[in-house]
Design a protein around this ligand. Sequence first.
Ligand SMILES: [Fe+2]
Ligand SMILES: [Fe+2]
Length: 135
Amino acid sequence: MALFEWDDKFSVSIESIDNQHKELVQQINNLHDAMMEGRGQKEVEPIIEKLIGYTDSHFKHEEELFDKFNYEDKQEHKNIHKNLIDQVVDLQTKVKAGEAPLSSDLMEFLKEWLMTHILQEDKRYIACLTGNNVK
Ligand SMILES: [Fe+2]
Ligand SMILES: [Fe+2]
């Protein structure tokens, strides 16, 4: 079962970014499923690898827009991105070491990681970016 369903409450009213967030939801669901089904390291590792790569390019995309339009909280937001990447790299290290996290911890982590960030941080740039006509 999917951990998350996309919901319009996650929308930041910018189609290009919503599409990237939808892709992240999909990838997080894939990771969640793989880990919950107890699939081996060989299967889980490439999913995490892909998630890290995609997240990195998504964060870069947002950060380029922050720089371009001089978003007032850009530094704080960039720091939060860095922290989120560190957390998923940490998870990767654990999986590589054969230490799967407890499933409840994993779910908590993935939820926090995506939902809280979109709802609490990403939502704050809407006025700045839509005001600059970003679509
Ligand atoms: Fe985002
Ligand atoms: Fe963000």
